[in-house]
Ligand binder design. Structure first.
Ligand code: SF4
Length: 90
């Protein structure tokens, strides 16, 4: 069991260096947010992503794990869905 926990921690080690660590609400949208607020939040989140030292790792993780929600690796939900050729769910 200990080995399994270690593997999970290692897989997420890059996340400890993410610039979103202290502002997670900026990276996810609430259902009742307006489209204009969503756009402003996404733009601010992407700005942080493009200064982030683990952008490449984060983007790879999001693509490999088909993350559905939030901004990951400098891409919004809609951008990731378009890139993957799938319909947006939220
Ligand atoms: S690239 Fe963006 S979403 Fe990914 S860890 Fe960095 S700040 Fe967070």
């Amino acid at each position: 069991m200990q080995t399994e926990i270690t593997r999970i921690d290692e897989r997420w080690a890059w996340a400890d260096h993410g610039m979103c660590r202290d502002v997670p609400d900026l990276f996810y949208n609430a259902e009742d947010e307006s489209k204009s607020l969503r756009r402003r939040k996404e733009a601010a989140a992407k700005k942080l992503c493009f200064q982030c030292p683990v952008l490449a790792e984060c983007a790879s993780h999001a693509e490999a794990n088909r993350e559905l929600y939030g901004v990951w690796g400098g891409m919004t939900e809609a951008e990731r869905h378009r890139q993957a050729g799938r319909a947006r769910t939220g």
